[in-house]
Design a binder for this molecule. Structure first.
Ligand SMILES: *[C@@H]1O[C@H](CO)[C@@H](O)[C@H](O)[C@H]1NC(C)=O
Ligand SMILES: *[C@@H]1O[C@H](CO)[C@@H](O)[C@H](O)[C@H]1NC(C)=O
Ligand SMILES: *[C@@H]1O[C@H](CO)[C@@H](O)[C@H](O)[C@H]1NC(C)=O
Ligand SMILES: *[C@@H]1O[C@H](CO)[C@@H](O)[C@H](O)[C@H]1NC(C)=O
Ligand SMILES: *[C@@H]1O[C@H](CO)[C@@H](O)[C@H](O)[C@H]1NC(C)=O
Length: 824
């Protein structure tokens, strides 16, 4: 079997963050010797005894010698009128065991108008209550008549429930498709208890080389006074993460950058996706992605370009979908020419047509079943430097597509179009412990393609969905257990650091991890020479000659990315300051009275809104929002004026799992007049603020903050203005103020202490005696607040409650509640 010599983990996320890795042990699992239990669990698996033990409901299945895969006969399946019609056999399998199914199919005809077909093998489990569950074990896509005999199979672990009957069957081919079928097999895959030892032995064998250090000392130096320090600076093995490009271009994120350079030697920039074009159709704009690629390269980080095209229709720009074939093909070629010119000599990898087992958008639109091969050829011709990749999911996480992937790899290799590596995404689900036997088996299948395998998008589902939080910039100072484990593995277990005294000889050997090194010669405790070298997959001798008078040299200063202090200079601006409208209370009562009005919850998901308005003689004085599950993924709230009426509108954010609620504060008092003002966006630097000042004698009775990109530090109340504070590099934040006055109105702002650091921790603030709360919101210096609302208790006391929306670590603090309190 093949071997996995290279690999890396990327955490797939939409917005940049520092990934935290775990379960590193899946690396280099492959190459294990799998001794397959030979016991065949199917009866009459190759149809040598006719069709006995097999069922064929609703169609014809007869033995034939016209075409056979092995043995004397195969079966010919014809007259199929439903796609579920296919050979089936009842099977005896057990929970907790691991199985491998294989079989061979050969299509007799293609269907008019269908470029490809798909064959699926499922097990139908009959449960105790008589209901059925259909469990897919493999999915063979891109099938055509020209493929000839094709393997359809996969490995699986049966679901963890009880059943009374299990039946394995082939389905998925459309009605009217005839085929031959032969040589099915179902066997148990034994567990390998030694997988970890074997993986460690391969790591020792593949990721290390022999290093000989040979020091020649001039006569003044006694060997016993000299020590040589060998330090691994960067591994050859690839470790990386997805990298949001904007953070690499902003000095506010210097600490994040240094952490990245310390932890990784590879990066994936996913902003090369067609849909991530920041310009338009005629003037594409990938300048930020390209500039970040340059910065990463300058810092010794290799960059994967993800991705030139994406085979799944949904992930392509709308306008491309409508193009007719000739224009479509020109457009694809134009993009190839443009993107390769932009990135020439900069990228180490290109994902060419992402997830090509899960869609054939380009084949369909070009009318060419081999169109992806054309893309590979063109990209390779335009920029021969990057290794061109296929990149796929459900090839390691499940066994469903593994075999299809191998066939695809083999086809591309045979076509000789420049395929140089294969990505296995490896998104592992929550509560799904990675299974070493499955991972080993599946990597071995992919490795049969004979190309380097990269683990490109490793994710481990977190039990707590809120824990998937990202962590830009200074928020990453504190590592949790996953981060500590990652650093221990990459900086200690899989890294080489030794000090050798030359007392027992001026030459020594060691087996060292491959990568970049420094050697420092210490003489009587002082560094007197430093040299750097690389250790590749070949053994190496490093010769160091020491002469001179033994004076100490200056060693390069090492930055500790965990403790470095970055100065940021937040800017406060009043961009696009404007008035949205006015409102007056019609109340005849001179007493200020306020009430809270809440909207229904919005839908779940990005951009979903909900709103609430005031009633009767009230005017809107405050507007806040909060996410009902105490998570932080909301975009904030805006004050809208429509038809002379004010509304408080809340918007849900990317990645939310619950609805957001808009919370309006509605007040009435004789002569109470409000002007609604807004400004923004703020700058895009860390902690940049946008301010909305109130005019004349008006107080800011309530303040609101909104951003389209979910990242915000929330709202700051001053007595005479509102501010929103930024936490994102893409859009900045917008601020809203209800600036109000009435005869004898007196107001002040109040601020709570900070909440606890756990998600959903709350903190509240009340008004001084005699004051009424008119507006309330949340401020979070370390971002990720779940929002704020006013809570009124039985005694009528109002509390402005702020809710923390993500766990805070180390020096980070929780959230604060801020409110305006007024009296007349
Ligand atoms: C070490 O260097 C010396 C002098 O340059 C040379 O004679 C000797 O062969 C080298 N030894 C090894 C093991 O390379
Ligand atoms: C595309 O962007 C360019 C540059 O910003 C601009 O001049 C042009 O008008 C835009 N075209 C369209 C169709 O929006
Ligand atoms: C560590 O933190 C990251 C980022 O917040 C999160 O995705 C991961 O689940 C956390 N892991 C543990 C073990 O807490
Ligand atoms: C090697 O020795 C030097 C000088 O004593 C010391 O500064 C350094 O930390 C040591 N390195 C290792 C890996 O022990
Ligand atoms: C607002 O006014 C109160 C009372 O005059 C004062 O104590 C407080 O410091 C002021 N707050 C701000 C942010 O100006």
């Amino acid at each position: 079997m093949g071997k996995t010599e290279e690999g890396q983990f990327y955490r797939k996320i939409q917005i940049l963050n520092l990934p935290v890795f775990a379960a590193i042990f899946v690396l280099v699992l492959s190459n294990g010797v799998v001794t397959r239990a030979a016991v065949e669990l199917l009866k009459n698996p190759g149809f040598e005894n006719g069709v006995t033990f097999w069922s064929h409901i609703g169609f014809s299945m007869v033995t034939t010698t016209e075409q056979v895969h092995g043995g004397r006969v195969a079966v010919k399946c014809t007259g199929r009128t439903q796609s579920w019609m296919g050979p089936a056999q009842d099977i005896q399998i057990s929970r907790g065991k691991h199985y491998v199914f294989t079989s061979y199919i050969k299509l007799i005809n293609d269907l008019p108008g269908r470029m490809f077909q798909k064959a699926v093998v499922k097990i139908s489990f009959t449960l105790k209550d008589g209901s059925k569950d259909y469990f897919p074990i493999c999915s063979r896509t891109f099938l055509t008549k020209d493929d000839g005999w094709t393997m359809v199979g996969g490995d699986f672990i049966p679901p963890n429930y009880e059943w009374t009957q299990a039946s394995l069957y082939l389905e998925g081919l459309l009605p009217g498709t005839d085929y031959y079928f032969d040589d099915a097999s179902l066997t148990e895959l034994p567990s390998n208890p030694n997988w970890e030892q074997e993986a460690n032995a391969r790591i020792e064998n593949l990721r290390k080389s022999n290093l000989n250090v040979n020091v020649s000392l001039s006569s003044g130096f006694r060997p016993e006074d000299v020590t040589v320090e060998i330090n691994h600076l960067k591994p050859l093995f690839a470790w990386g993460s997805v990298a949001g490009p904007d953070e690499f271009l902003s000095s506010d994120y210097a600490q994040f950058q240094q952490l990245y350079y310390y932890m990784f030697n590879w990066a994936t920039i996913q902003d090369y996706k067609w849909r991530f074009n920041r310009g338009n159709r005629t003037n594409p704009d990938y300048r930020v992605a390209v500039a970040a690629t340059d910065v990463l390269n300058r810092n010794g980080i290799k960059v994967r370009g993800h991705c030139m095209f994406w085979a799944v229709p949904f992930n392509n720009p709308e306008w491309v979908k409508g193009l007719a074939a000739p224009e479509f093909k020109t457009t694809v070629d134009d993009r190839i020419a443009y993107m390769t010119a932009q990135t020439k000599n900069k990228l180490a990898h290109w994902d060419v047509n992402n997830e090509l087992l899960h869609g054939y958008f380009y084949e369909e639109h070009s009318g060419n079943p081999l169109y992806s091969e054309h893309m590979f050829r063109e990209i390779h011709a335009a920029d021969p430097n990057p290794t061109l990749f296929l990149n796929e999911y459900n090839v390691v996480k499940s066994g469903e597509m593994t075999q299809s992937y191998l066939s695809q790899i083999q086809k591309f290799k045979a076509a000789n179009v420049g395929l140089g590596g294969v990505g296995v995404q490896s998104h592992l689900n929550d509560y799904e412990e990675p299974n070493p036997d499955s991972i080993n088996y599946r990597l071995d299948v992919v490795a049969k393609g004979g190309l380097p395998i990269f683990v490109t998008e490793l994710t481990l589902g977190a039990h707590d969905p809120n824990d998937k939080a990202d962590c830009p910039g200074r928020l990453c100072q504190q590592l949790n257990e996953s981060g500590k484990r990652f650093l221990k593995l990459t900086k200690e277990t899989w890294s080489t650091h030794v000090n050798r005294s030359l007392a027992s000889g001026t030459s020594f050997n060691l087996r060292a991890f491959q990568g970049d090194y420094e050697a420092v010669v210490w003489y009587k405790g002082k560094p007197i020479k430093r040299t750097t070298f690389s250790l590749g997959t070949q053994d190496k001798t490093v010769s160091i000659s020491v002469s001179g008078n033994g004076d100490a040299i200056q060693l390069p200063k090492k930055i500790d990315p965990f403790t470095m202090n970055v100065q940021i200079n937040p800017q406060t601006t009043r961009a696009n300051l404007r008035t949205l409208g006015q409102a007056s209370s019609t109340s005849q009562n001179s007493q200020l009275t306020c009430t809270t009005r809440r909207s229904p919850a919005s839908g779940v998901g990005v951009g979903k809104t909900t709103q609430v308005t005031c009633q009767g003689d009230e005017v809107l004085t405050g507007c806040s929002s909060w996410l009902k599950d105490s998570d932080w993924h909301r975009d904030g709230e805006e004050i809208l004026m429509s038809g002379g009426k004010q509304a408080c509108r809340a918007m849900n954010g990317y990645g939310s799992a619950a609805g957001v609620e808009a919370v309006a504060r509605c007040c009435s008092a004789q002569g109470l007049r409000c002007e609604y003002r807004t400004a923004g966006p703020s700058g895009t630097g860390m902690d940049d603020k946008v301010e909305v000042p109130c005019q004349g004698q008006a107080y800011a009775l309530g303040c609101s903050t909104f951003t389209y990109t979910t990242h915000s530090d929330g709202t700051i109340f001053t007595n005479t203005s509102c501010m929103g504070q930024n936490d994102n590099l893409r859009s900045g934040v917008n601020s809203y103020a209800a600036c109000c006055q009435s005869p004898n109105l007196q107001c002040r702002t109040v601020t709570s202490g900070t909440s606890g650091k756990k998600i959903s921790d709350q903190v509240g603030v009340t008004c001084p005696k005699g004051y009424v709360m008119t507006g309330c919101n949340v401020f979070a210096q370390y971002a990720k607040a779940a929002g704020a609302f006013i809570n009124t208790n039985a005694a009528g006391t109002d509390t402005c409650v702020a809710v923390n929306g993500a766990e805070k670590f180390g020096p980070e603090t929780g959230v604060q509640a801020q409110a305006t309190c007024c009296r007349t």
